[in-house]
Design a protein around this ligand. Structure first.
Ligand SMILES: [Mg+2]
Length: 118
């Protein structure tokens, strides 16, 4: 079974997603910045990537720009209406869904990501 990749620089968010996937029977790798994410994406075939936007060492937009694979991406961020970069990710065909932080129900997020990917 393919693993998921959780990318977020906030350790509590990253760990709680990884734990929720694990409790639901799914394995995850994790990355704490954009550079780590790109490295892991290039070396692994993930079922999907959960990608934070605001991160050190390359942000989520840069990860999307630089990743070569067609791996499905779920963007996780606290979006604001005046975000000038949002147009770019809205046009990236790999982006399946936007998940807004903070999370109401982390297991609902697991269900969503699992149900929208193979
Ligand atoms: Mg962040």
């Amino acid at each position: 079974m393919k693993k998921f990749l959780v990318v977020d620089d906030e350790v509590l968010i990253r760990k709680s997603l990884v734990r929720a996937f694990g409790a639901s029977g799914f394995q995850c790798d994790e990355a704490e910045n954009g550079m780590q994410a790109l490295d892991k994406i290039s070396k692994n075939d993930y079922r999907a990537v959960l990608l934070d936007v605001i991160m050190p060492e390359k942000n989520g937009y840069e990860v999307l720009l630089e990743m070569k694979k067609k791996t499905p991406v779920f963007v996780i961020s606290a979006f604001t209406g005046d975000d000038t970069n949002i147009g770019y990710i809205q046009n990236d065909p790999r982006v399946v869904e936007y998940i807004t932080k903070p999370f109401d129900d982390i297991f609902a997020i697991v269900k969503l990501v699992v149900s929208r990917t193979i």
